[in-house]
Write a new protein. Sequence first.
Length: 153
Amino acid sequence: MSNQYFSKEGLEKLKNELLERTSVLRPEISKRIKEAKEQGDLSENAEFDAAKEAQSINEGRIEEIRQTIENAIIVSDGAKSGGVVVVGSNVKVESGKGSQQFVIVGVTESNPTAGFISNESPLGKAFLGHKKGDTVEVRTPRGIEQYKILEVK
């Protein structure tokens, strides 16, 4: 698994999910499996099958989270970047769509509708390394769009 970028808050959220899955969800699923076993014949026991599937999904997610945390790189806010767009930067741009504000984040924290764009997205990649005043061209499904960087924080 490759390194992934996280804000301090995003990594904390992931750690909380891991804690929830290991200390709450895992015991609940284990209890469901035990109760289903006590019902007898497991060959036609839907509760047992459902609990085992839930266990499999939960354990898979736990392993995925652990690997992600192990490979996480925490980024600070972009204010310390010397005005250059980096992961963690808050970028104000202007395009044919008007003025827009974006925060460059790692893939796992991206939420384009809320303005959080991945450093691996076409738009995020295009902004990285540029500074206030630069004009950046981005290839989109509608063609090439130009974005002028108005502010980098």
